[in-house]
Design a protein around this ligand. Structure first.
Ligand code: 3YP
Ligand code: ZN
Length: 383
């Protein structure tokens, strides 16, 4: 059994994304409902963590707000000031017109970034071997000067810069299995050779023109960006294959001191935004591999930060599977959807999925040549 840290705070569910019909505002002929990004998936995940009994095996980490200093390591003062002003007034939008927030979301977004920092701190200080930060709003789309795609501040990027400034960590790898491209994290570190960002996502889903395989990083950072755009329709087989043939070899070659994971459950079979078919068993298999990978390269140090996932009924089982894999605790709670989805033929790797993964696997092979020092120094030598 592993000591696994866990962050959750009730106020994450108070971040108000307004009255919507999924992706579009309500209006005449559009009956008012909820935004796809609403509290339900996360509150029900937190609920299942408690009801399953897993909570009593986890090391509870309290969320603390990120400081302005923490946020400004990543974001422009103008972005931060605008979010605060709109939040202090009647609420506003994080930047792209599809990321609404209500009054008080500035403070909640600080707590989401801060929750990811605290999870990182607990792991780096040896309080926990690994940790799951169940935070909201999400972060992986936020770029330096604006939010987008439901994200206000770049939670993982802020935690990375906190770790480098406060714990002397140098080399960090990010693995993003959210169904959408982790464009924000990529853009923040694309010129930085010490942060490897790997994103597995549905090809050209969101942002629609981002996450292409040819995006490999900029200047000194060339080679430290790896994208795995996957065709719609991938199931557990394709995802596990991508972890085994791209993510694991790339992370081993890079030899980071810490691995952060952008954990979205919107590649699930039940998701309204993604067109993939990953099940809780698939997420468990992915997380088990990440735990092994972290133990092999960085003493098990793995920090998982929650991102998307919009099936209120299924996200909790996907999330529980990941938390069970991190902690090694098995609650005995079964995925009630397993019978329906796990036997589907979509889980077998197809030739076209194999082709996409093989193309990205070349980038992982190239990383060993592009960053030859990485494999030998294992992050020990100062740059
Ligand atoms: C934001 C607007 C359209 C797609 C949506 C993506 C949000 C998400 O889950 N990102 O990971
Ligand atoms: Zn997503």
């Amino acid at each position: 059994m592993t000591r696994t840290g866990y962050v959750w705070h009730e106020i994450y569910s108070w971040h108000d994304t307004g009255t919507y019909a999924g992706l579009v505002p309500a209006g005449l002929h559009v009956q008012p409902h909820q935004n796809f990004e609403n509290p339900e998936t996360k509150t029900r995940f937190a609920g299942l963590v408690e009801v399953s009994g897993l909570l009593s095996h986890l090391h509870r980490i309290s969320a603390e707000p990120a400081t302005l200093t923490d946020i400004l390591r990543v974001h422009t003062p103008e972005h931060v000031a605008r979010i605060k002003a709109e939040s202090d007034d009647r609420g506003g939008d994080a930047g792209d017109g599809t990321s609404p927030f209500g009054p008080g979301s500035y403070e909640i977004a600080l707590l989401a970034a801060g929750g990811t920092i605290e999870a990182t701190r607990a792991v780096l200080d040896g309080e926990a071997e690994n940790a799951y930060a169940l935070v909201r709003p999400p972060g992986h789309h936020a770029v330096r000067d604006q939010g987008m795609g439901y994200c206000i501040f770049a939670n993982i990027a802020v935690a990375i810069e906190w770790a480098r400034a406060n714990r002397g960590v140098q080399r960090i790898a990010v693995v993003d299995y959210d169904v959408h491209h982790g464009n924000g994290t990529q853009s923040i570190f694309e010129a930085d050779p010490d942060v490897l960002t790997i994103s597995l996502h549905q090809d050209r889903l969101f942002p629609p023109d981002a996450g292409m395989r040819h995006e490999q990083g900029i200047g000194e950072g060339f080679g430290s960006v790896i994208n795995i755009p996957m065709p719609a329709g991938c199931g557990n087989g394709a995802y596990i294959d991508a972890i085994d043939r791209v993510v694991a070899p790339a992370v081993r070659a890079f030899a980071p001191e810490l691995i952060l994971v952008a954990s979205g459950f919107d590649a699930s079979a039940a998701d309204p935004l993604g067109r993939m078919s990953v099940t809780a068993a698939g997420y468990r298999a992915i997380a088990e591999r990440l735990v092994v990978l972290a133990r092999d390269v960085c003493d098990g140090k793995l920090v998982v930060s929650h991102e998307g996932g919009y099936s209120a009924v299924y996200v909790p089982y996907c999330g529980l599977a990941v938390l069970e894999a991190l902690s090694g605790v098995h609650t005995g709670v079964k995925d009630p959807f397993a019978e329906i989805w796990d036997s589907s033929p979509v889980h077998a790797l197809t030739p076209w999925q194999d082709e996409a993964i093989s193309a990205s696997a070349k980038l992982a092979e190239a990383l060993q040549l592009i960053v030859p020092a990485a494999a030998t120094t294992r992050g020990a030598a100062p740059r």
